[in-house]
Write a protein that binds this ligand. Structure first.
Ligand SMILES: Cc1cc2nc3c(=O)[nH]c(=O)nc-3n(C[C@H](O)[C@H](O)[C@H](O)COP(=O)(O)OP(=O)(O)OC[C@H]3O[C@@H](n4cnc5c(N)ncnc54)[C@H](O)[C@@H]3O)c2cc1C
Length: 387
């Protein structure tokens, strides 16, 4: 077991932290033109297609290197929302096209999605179907050589700027696992309307909105993965997202931990740096333990994914570990800063606000615990006989 990253991955991370610090800084709020400008830069830097095969303009990284790359992105820019948008694009949209797309679809979409020319969004959640995705009401009806889609999607990351949507809809009677189908839909297709961006507590640099579909005609050639394979496409995207996206939070946590240690050295009360008080130093030690435990768990999940294992258990465990550690680290970083911690737009309060949604997206932490219990067979074992 070797916990060191290969030297070339280390070098990539250092370069990326410097690049993100210099060029990807944002204002913690969404401004469309500035978002697009930084998106193009991220494309040129090879971030948008990190795990996409080289033949489509990507870098062909494995999951472990992708976590390292996301960690560097989260460390380098304080706009965690921008990093989140990049990760949603790459792991929930491009990777499904890599894994389920036809050669024509891959050639048509991937080079422009990796270069930064196009932005993608994945829409599955609906107002009445969040954790329970099989309750979705969006339908796709086959008419001639097109499907006609009707319904409303909610919480679609990147929708306000997206050029391409991966949309899930019910095609089979009664829905269910084989009743969903994925579609690739271009922005501007008649009947597709994007709502105004939500005003969110955190990840404010990542635009999110509803997507309304009213008699949207989609050619059969734009079915992703074949009719009835929507749930498999979605599970595939979550396998990547639940693991690699959360690297952003490792980087953000490390950045705020570093600034917290600096603050504890500089801030003096009762004639001493506050870091000399055990209450403060122990709190920081808890923060270190939180980041390091979450990091181990996430890289373990990425290693399982890289080796081609069924990563459901580890990605669910890691998702919970990282998101809960991020919330706790945000609270502790605010605590160490005292009153300054709760002034707006400081790095500690920003981390806390950005961490809150991480408990919810990619499947809530409650749902991850359901998944873990299912994988472990908890409650389904034969009863133990007692004498
Ligand atoms: C910032 C952000 C970005 C997002 N981006 C996208 C995106 O790009 N595309 C997309 O399709 N969706 C996206 N989502 C939506 C996200 O996937 C859903 O919010 C999430 O799946 C939860 O659904 P819900 O909000 O409807 O909550 P609900 O499912 O209504 O859950 C409400 C509460 O009930 C609990 N609960 C529900 N069912 C169970 C159960 N069986 N057992 C235990 N507890 C349960 C939940 O854990 C939660 O605490 C995003 C969400 C956020 C916050």
């Amino acid at each position: 077991m070797n916990f060191d990253l290969p030297p070339d991955t280390e070098a990539m991370c250092e370069a990326l932290i410097a690049f993100a610090h210099r060029d990807l800084g944002g204002t913690d709020s969404f401004v469309a033109e500035d978002f697009r400008r930084r998106w193009m830069l991220a494309g040129k830097q090879g971030i948008l297609g990190a795990t996409v095969p080289e033949q489509y303009g990507g870098s062909g990284l494995d999951a472990v290197s992708a976590v390292a790359l996301m960690e560097s992105l989260g460390h380098g820019t304080s706009d965690t929302g921008f990093g989140f948008s990049v990760a949603a694009h790459l792991f929930a949209c491009l990777m499904p096209i890599v894994e389920f797309g036809t050669p024509d679809q891959q050639l048509r979409w991937l080079p422009r999605l990796t270069s930064g020319e196009l932005i993608a969004a994945h829409a599955i959640t609906e107002p009445e179907a969040g954790s329970d995705i099989f309750a979705m009401r969006t339908t796709a009806e086959l008419r001639g050589d097109s499907y006609v889609l009707n319904g409303t999607k909610a919480f679609t990351t990147n929708a306000p700027v997206a050029d391409v949507f991966v949309v899930q809809a019910v095609t089979g009677p009664g829905g269910g696992y084989f009743g969903l189908t994925s579609f690739i839909i271009e922005a501007g297709t008649p009947g597709l309307h994007v709502g105004p961006p939500y005003d969110k507590v955190g990840l404010r640099g990542s635009p999110t909105s509803e997507v309304h579909l009213a008699d949207v005609h989609v050619p059969v050639d734009n079915v992703l993965g074949g009719p009835g394979s929507g749930a498999a496409v979605f599970s595939g995207s979550m396998k990547w997202e639940r693991t690699c996206l959360f690297g952003i939070y490792l980087g953000a946590m490390q950045r705020v931990l570093d600034s917290t240690i600096e603050f504890a050295d500089e801030r003096r009360q009762f004639g001493s740096p506050i870091g000399e008080f055990q209450a403060v130093s122990h709190r920081i030690v808890d923060m270190v333990a939180g980041v390091e435990s979450a990091r181990l768990m996430l890289y373990k999940a990425a290693d399982v994914l890289t080796r081609g294992g069924d990563g459901e258990l580890w990605s669910a465990l890691a998702k919970i570990a990282v998101s809960e550690a991020a919330v706790q680290l945000g609270l502790d970083a605010i605590g160490v800063r005292g009153g300054l911690g709760v002034t707006t737009r400081g790095d500690a309060e920003t981390l806390l606000r950005d961490a809150l949604p991480s408990r919810i997206f990619s499947g809530t932490n409650d749902i991850q615990k359901n998944n873990i219990a299912r994988v472990l067979g908890i409650g389904r074992r034969p009863p133990v006989r007692r004498r």
